[in-house]
Design a protein around this ligand. Structure first.
Ligand code: FAD
Length: 342
């Protein structure tokens, strides 16, 4: 009798969760371990703006209760950071000095909000919004009716901004090239879209470059963003929403090819035949265009996670999704995006 295979999944987001459930469906006996930095099991992060609508109970966010992982024999290792992958020895190393061996590895480590180089020194004065805990910190830092300053404004940030306006807060948007990411928007269209946001009540700085965030706690507002022009914008919290940069650092010694994300073939396999990648972290070979492409968005990453899992179990399916990419304004002046899930 052969020993059951040990599948290790790095990441418990949409791709990792979909993959774990699919792996278990494909093979009742294999060992499945998910390793994640997250403190909470999987939930859909597009629900996070709901904290401003009173949704503060993390249990109600979860896709399935924690006990479900045990029932399915999926070992979920939370609050654990992978710092290295050795593709030859087939081991991952965790920050707390433990090595875990795998037969097949799926990397679903996603990406984090990109921050412009000149704002890195200000990171301690800004808020993130990538997890339930971070969203609650923003909620607590914003006084009722207070002002959020958003730098960039990708579609994740615009969604949050519209929720804030709808729930009685003020929003100042400092637009840049990443505004409306992942959509690519022509200049004329961009003007029209920004005007639509202004009509919703947003204050917009369209041609200004932020150069730093200031701690102004002893004044009326606790934060200010300094612009290159010399203007200072005051508010209660500052957040950057400028698209994603892939979380690939721990893969640098794994012996797989990396460009901006992990490069995979259409079967989502890397250049190491025991390692697959799925979700926001990977760039998939597009044979017609002869380039590796990102396919961001919740719908794509879930499909990828499930497909990678079937291929790890012996299939040879190809990721061949027609991605609908549309951003427009409806008759009531609301933005409509194919990226948004709600
Ligand atoms: C507030 C918000 C709103 C959003 N709204 C939408 C929306 O409306 N529509 C949409 O399509 N998408 C939306 N998104 C984006 C969507 O959530 C992502 O596309 C999707 O989560 C990507 O899934 P993923 O599994 O590839 O990566 P992620 O969900 O980013 O998961 C990455 C996982 O990897 C783990 N990880 C990373 N590095 C390590 C490491 N070194 N060691 C161990 N674990 C690690 C993380 O802890 C996490 O569990 C939103 C995101 C946010 C934050």
């Amino acid at each position: 009798m052969t020993a059951p295979l040990h599948h290790v999944i790095i990441g418990s987001g949409s791709a990792g969760y979909g993959a774990a459930m699919t792996l278990r469906g494909e093979d009742a006996d294999c060992m499945i371990t998910m390793v994640t930095i997250d403190a909470l099991p999987f939930y859909n992060r597009y629900d996070l703006p709901g904290v401003f609508r009173g949704h503060h109970d993390w249990r109600k966010l979860l896709a399935v209760p924690p006990a479900r992982y045990d029932e399915l024999g999926i070992k979920l290792r939370r609050s654990s950071r992978v710092v290295d992958v050795d593709g030859e020895r087939q081991t991952i190393s965790l920050a707390h000095q433990e090595d875990v061996a795998y037969d097949r590895l799926l990397v679903c480590a996603g990406g984090r909000s990109y921050l412009a180089e000149n704002l890195i020194d200000s990171v301690g004065l800004m808020h993130g919004f990538g997890s339930f805990e971070a969203a609650m910190r923003v909620y607590r830092a914003l006084p009722k009716g207070g002002t959020a300053i958003i730098i960039g404004g990708d579609m994740i940030g615009i969604d949050l901004a519209l929720t804030l306006l709808d729930t009685g807060y003020r929003v100042v948007l400092i637009a840049n090239q990443q505004t409306f990411w992942p959509h690519v928007v022509e200049p004329v269209e961009r003007k029209r879209l920004l005007k639509a946001l202004e009509n919703k009540g947003m204050t917009i700085f369209a041609d200004e470059r932020p150069v730093g965030v200031l701690d102004t706690r002893n004044k009326k507002f606790s934060r200010a963003v300094a612009l290159e022009s010399g203007t200072e914008i005051t508010g209660d919290v500052v957040m950057s929403f400028c698209g994603l940069s892939s979380s690939v650092e721990f893969m640098l010694g794994a012996g797989v090819d990396i460009e901006r994300g992990i490069l995979v073939n259409p079967e989502l396999r890397t250049t190491n035949e025991t390692i697959w990648a799925a979700g926001d972290i990977c760039q998939i070979w597009h044979d017609k265009e002869k380039i590796y492409k990102f396919y961001h968005g919740w719908k794509n990453v879930r499909v990828m996670g499930e497909l990678a899992a079937r291929n790890m179990s012996g299939s040879h399916e190809i990721f061949d999704v027609e991605v609908e990419d549309r951003l427009d304004i409806d008759d009531d002046g609301n933005l409509r995006s194919t990226f948004w899930t709600r």
